[in-house]
Design a protein around this ligand. Structure first.
Ligand code: AMP
Length: 910
């Protein structure tokens, strides 16, 4: 994305020695015209060359000037080296109009002194190429000028350009070509995009254009509309035979079985003829046919004399592809040729319809009559049976059996049946229902104390009444009644007489967990007059005999930290961390110690260290928390330097951010967020810890006294918190940025060996930590956002969580790596002004880059001097046994940095 502005021929020429202003010379066989000057014998040279007016595109406030030039070695002029120079100066001047040839030096500002990397000696021509930036341009155009102060040089070419982020399509959003950000206050330019045709997004898509012309951090994804799928940055119609029902990034799906294949762009696939979807079937699922008739219907008459028989049958051969088969039984009785429904006269148990089992008990049959039983198979799609044109070859779904009962005599029925009636009152609440007032009653007669009711309509209010009946069917005893509403998705409801209220309550609580979430805020234990009350309220007391200490794992401010086992009644036995209070403490110290528990006890989140309980009622007070096998995060990462992929590191940051979001939601400000205060468990889950009230003041070895009083971990703390103790969630966000940096740099110390004073000064002057090696560009951009001076502009924790979430969901976004400067990022000790190498030995150098473990590899390979090190290529480093890519890179970069020592260190450019 470089755009070229033309540089026309010069107007004002070198002031003196005009005779030689455009000299041709031959290089590699071609003739080059140059502006040259060579007044090396003369004193006080001040020669200028100015360009014509260069118009500026309004948004290009930062332009690059690339120069090609030759400078002659002063030593090659006998006797004139005293006044001879080997540098020249680049100037610029802004203007709203072309001022022609009127030239005043005073209007020009110096951009840079240009020194050659390679000097041309008598017999060898060396062309230098240098690029400088002219920033904060605001007027219509500008001039560039070159000042010679006594060098022998030639200017071969000047290329002036600005950078753009090219027009692009990212995540189905189109973004226009954009001029790259313009300097310190506008490092990132926010650009709004538009979804491509047939794509939509909830949040309007945005992206940032960096100063280097790179697109980073796309926000707000576009997704293809129903009927379209993403193919190469466009949304294409679903192909014939495929469909897509929702807005999503998914591909179109193949039409399910028994559906009609539509032409392209289908939102769903309608059912093929004679196949249906039940009202509850998803439109994206398959269609099913009507079931065929039940088979092998037989009547068994074991107790014929008692007017009873048992009907049984086998399931239909063809279920139509469904599993929700039920049966209904119709009974007709015939005297001679006159038939009529049996009605109430015959009893069918458990019921006459909705049967799941393939049998029914028939009783109260009368003698001397013919009975006809018709069993019909039903499924979720049976309601469509009468619709459409019946298909001649469709099998009937009923089986009929006629049985004659011929017996005389009466039976006497003795015995008690306890019958429970569930009266279901259905009130349709669905807004699309025309019959809003219709109330349907469904009565189920049961002989058991529970029933599963499926087939409930979604989003409907139901009233249940459970009524006990006498054997004769008359209501008796008391009844229970309860009302509830089904969700939009209905699970089958299991009712039982005892648990009816409970199940209804659980349905309520499923319906909208979001609304039920209480808005909790953190309570400062200081607000309790008696701190012991706070402990009592927020922490549960553990008996010391239930706690076993096993091994010291760390030292806290108040005493040792142990790993141990908690084995309390009613709890699962498990590993815990036990913080102890050393003997001889004062009451104030005891309360400070326990305050951590009364803070921690208020939190409950996956990414916050969990309090198991406290021991306060005995001499040795203890705080018991969950045990984090991998210990503190900074140490954990140092031990795995370069060995973990970015994806995993970003996952860890996401966990920490989620914990911090929770704390900020509870209005708790941590004040000492740092990798050393994050603990890591076996699953590599990161949890925020260290909550003591006095901790920032006393506990943290990083704490430093400030002029405003109190101890503050300077290099983790936001400027406003250092300056005037303004600790907020926004200052926690700053610290989170430092933690991100610690994570990406594998536990490196922020700002290395700079003193606290140097750190504060650098931050004040708008310098920021540079990107760690291999750090994804998007992650580094987020760090820079966390370190904005204006705290209201920093992202908030919910923004951070969702951004990290997005990065994790599209690992592609982690591929672009931020620029990495080995000279800055791997700190080399200062060269103390000497030209030589800063290291006296290979081992000293390896130690400085924390790679001492390879000392022996270098020695064994015969690499014993730094000169030999400088000759090494990447393959050589690999060959001597450095295998881990992270280590390989670190060593290679350091060598590169050593070679590059000649240029000045531009530390911490923002
Ligand atoms: P602290 O006083 O909280 O800074 O703890 C001191 C050290 O003890 C930490 O740096 C950890 O190494 C270790 N530690 C503290 N709590 C735990 C825990 N829950 N699980 C494992 N190690 C812990």
């Amino acid at each position: 994305g470089h755009s070229l502005l033309t540089l026309p021929c010069s107007v004002v020429l070198w002031r003196r020695s005009l005779s030689c202003c455009m000299l041709p010379f031959i290089l590699n066989g071609s003739q080059l015209y140059t502006y040259s000057v060579c007044n090396v014998g003369e004193h006080e040279q001040d020669n200028w060359l100015r360009t014509t007016f260069i118009q500026r595109r309004p948004s290009a406030s930062r332009v690059f000037v690339e120069l090609q030039f030759i400078v002659r070695d002063c030593n090659s002029f006998d006797g004139s080296s005293l006044t001879c120079k080997e540098t020249f100066n680049l100037f610029s001047s802004e203007s709203d109009a072309d001022i022609g040839t009127s030239f005043r030096k005073g209007q020009f500002k110096k951009v840079a002194t240009i020194a050659p990397d390679e000097i041309t000696s008598r017999n060898e021509l060396r062309i230098n190429r240098e690029t400088r930036v002219v920033e904060s341009l605001s007027r219509k155009g500008f001039y560039l000028a070159f000042q010679d102060i006594g060098a022998c040089m030639a200017l071969l070419s000047v290329r002036v350009y600005y950078k753009t982020c090219p027009a692009t399509i990212k995540s189905l959003a189109a973004f226009p070509e954009t001029v790259a950000g313009g300097g310190v206050n506008q490092a990132l330019r926010e650009v709004a995009g538009a979804c491509v045709e047939n794509a939509v997004s909830e949040e309007s898509p945005r992206i940032y254009c960096t100063m280097d012309g790179e697109w980073v951090v796309p926000v707000g994804q576009c997704q293809c509309k129903p009927g379209y799928e993403a193919v190469n940055d466009t949304c294409r119609d679903c192909q014939p035979g495929f469909f897509k029902a929702f807005v999503s990034n998914d591909a179109c799906e193949l039409c399910p079985v028994n559906t009609k294949l539509l032409s392209s762009g289908a939102l769903f696939c309608p059912c093929a003829e004679d196949f249906y979807r039940a009202p509850d079937d998803p439109t994206t699922g398959p269609c099913s046919g009507l079931p065929s008739a039940p088979r092998e219907l037989v009547a068994t008459t074991t107790q014929l004399a008692a007017g009873k028989l048992q009907l049984s049958w086998s399931p239909p051969e063809d279920t139509g592809g469904r599993s929700d088969i039920s049966y209904s039984v119709e009974c007709r009785r015939c005297e001679g040729t006159a038939c009529q429904p049996c009605g109430e006269k015959v009893r069918l148990e458990p019921a006459s319809s909705g049967l799941v089992d393939t049998r029914v008990a028939v009783s109260e049959l009368e003698p001397h009559l013919n009975y006809t039983f018709t069993v019909e198979a039903h499924s979720g799609v049976s309601l469509f049976a009468s619709q459409g044109t019946p298909r001649s070859n469709r099998p009937p779904s009923t089986s009929t059996l006629t049985t004659a009962l011929h017996y005389t005599g009466r039976s006497l029925y003795l015995g008690v049946i306890v019958v429970v009636v569930v009266v279901v009152v259905v009130v349709e609440l669905l807004y699309y229902d025309d019959n809003l007032d219709v109330t349907t009653y469904t009565v189920l007669i049961l002989e058991k104390s529970s029933v599963q009711i499926s087939d409930l309509s979604p989003g409907t209010a139901y009233l249940f009444r459970v009524q006990a009946l006498s054997p004769e069917g008359s209501p008796g005893g008391s009844s229970i009644e309860d009302e509830f509403e089904t969700l939009t998705e209905v699970p089958p409801l299991c009712l039982s007489c005892i648990c009816i209220v409970l199940s209804i309550m659980s349905i309520y609580s499923y319906s909208s967990p979001e609304q039920l979430k209480p808005l909790k805020t953190y309570v400062d234990p200081h607000t309790y007059e008696d701190p012991n009350m706070a402990i009592l309220k927020f922490a549960s007391e553990i008996h010391p005999s239930h706690v076993t200490k096993q091994k010291v794992i760390g030292a806290g401010e108040f005493g040792e930290v142990y790993r141990g086992i908690l084995k309390a009644p009613g709890r699962k036995e498990g590993a815990v961390a036990i913080k102890t209070l050393k003997p001889g403490y004062s009451e104030k110290q005891r309360q400070d110690f326990l305050s951590e528990a009364s803070i921690m006890g208020q939190f409950s989140h996956q990414n916050i260290i969990r309090l198991e309980g406290v021991v306060t009622k005995f001499k040795h007070a203890m705080i018991v928390t969950e045990y984090m096998e991998n210990g503190a995060l900074d140490k954990y990462l140092k031990d795995r330097d370069g060995e973990m992929p970015s994806f995993q590191l970003v996952g860890m940051m996401h966990g920490i951010a989620a914990g911090m979001k929770y704390l900020s939601d509870m209005s708790y400000v941590h004040r000492d967020l740092a990798a050393r205060n994050i603990l890591v468990n076996n699953n590599l889950e990161c949890k925020v810890s260290d909550f003591g009230l006095s901790r920032v003041l006393e506990d943290d070895p990083e704490g430093t006294y400030t002029t405003s009083g109190g101890k503050i971990p300077i290099r983790w703390t936001a400027p406003e918190a250092i300056a005037y103790r303004k600790f907020t969630s926004a200052s926690d966000v700053w610290s989170f940025g430092i933690v991100m940096w610690e994570v990406m740099a594998f536990g490196e110390r922020p700002y290395w060996d700079m003193s606290n004073c140097e750190v504060m000064k650098a931050i004040n002057e708008a310098f920021r930590l540079p990107a760690p090696m291999d750090c994804p560009s998007a992650v580094y951009q987020l760090m820079l956002q966390c370190w904005l001076q204006d705290r209201s502009k920093r992202p908030r924790f919910p923004d951070i969580v969702s951004l990290l979430d997005k990065l994790l969901r599209s690992p592609e976004s982690l591929k672009a790596i931020a620029d990495f400067d080995p000279r800055v990022s791997i700190r080399l000790p200062s060269t103390s002004g000497s030209d030589g190498l800063p290291f006296r030995s290979v081992s000293e150098w390896l130690e400085s880059i924390k790679m001492s473990q390879y000392s022996e590899n270098f020695t064994c390979a015969g690499v014993v001097t730094m000169d030999q090190v400088l000759q090494m290529k990447n393959v050589d480093i690999k060959n001597i046994g450095v295998r881990l890519p992270g280590h390989l890179k670190r060593i290679a970069y350091s060598i590169l940095g050593l070679k590059d020592q000649t240029s000045t260190l531009s530390v911490f450019a923002v």
